[in-house]
Design a protein around this ligand. Structure first.
Ligand code: SF4
Ligand code: SF4
Length: 140
């Protein structure tokens, strides 16, 4: 009994081992992978992120220029970020907060205008001459 009282009193005076989450949020660790976000202005809607995602939580519509992610299905692996060809995907250095409703991250972008076809490249002209005299060579 005396041992228990000593332990209980010691615990009362000791600093808390846990936090009152979500009111007190821990600082993320260095290089922590937090919630995914897309710099939609840079996105080219190539669909690479959705193809490589192991949990299939990204949906890209390359005709409507939309990008969607289900953050509740995401496993924070970072594979999509590593494979984005224009580096527009990033992971916030903070964890997603607990919420009551399941909502998708929906982003609307703009389709990039395709470059107009430019004039076909011309190959450098090569001087040809059927007659060696035309090349300025003097006959022997
Ligand atoms: S890989 Fe990058 S550029 Fe391609 S659709 Fe995904 S976010 Fe956009
Ligand atoms: S971090 Fe991983 S699981 Fe999450 S969207 Fe990217 S590829 Fe999918």
């Amino acid at each position: 009994m005396l041992f228990f009282t000593k332990t209980a009193l010691g615990n009362l005076l000791r600093k808390y081992s846990t936090r009152m989450y979500p009111h007190v949020v821990r600082e993320p660790f260095k290089d922590a992978r937090g919630e995914l976000y897309n710099e939609i202005d840079k996105c080219i809607f190539c669909m690479k992120c959705s193809k490589v995602c192991p949990s299939q939580c990204i949906t890209v519509n390359n005709k409507a220029a939309t990008w969607e992610c289900d953050p509740f299905a995401c496993v924070y692996c970072g594979v999509c970020v590593e494979n984005c060809p224009v580096s527009c995907l990033h992971m916030k250095p903070a964890y997603r907060k607990a919420v009551y409703n399941r909502e998708l991250i929906h982003m609307q972008g703009e389709l990039k205008k395709k470059k107009t076809a430019s004039a076909p490249k011309t190959t450098p002209e090569v001087a040809t001459a059927a007659n060696p005299d035309d090349l300025g060579e003097s006959p022997e």
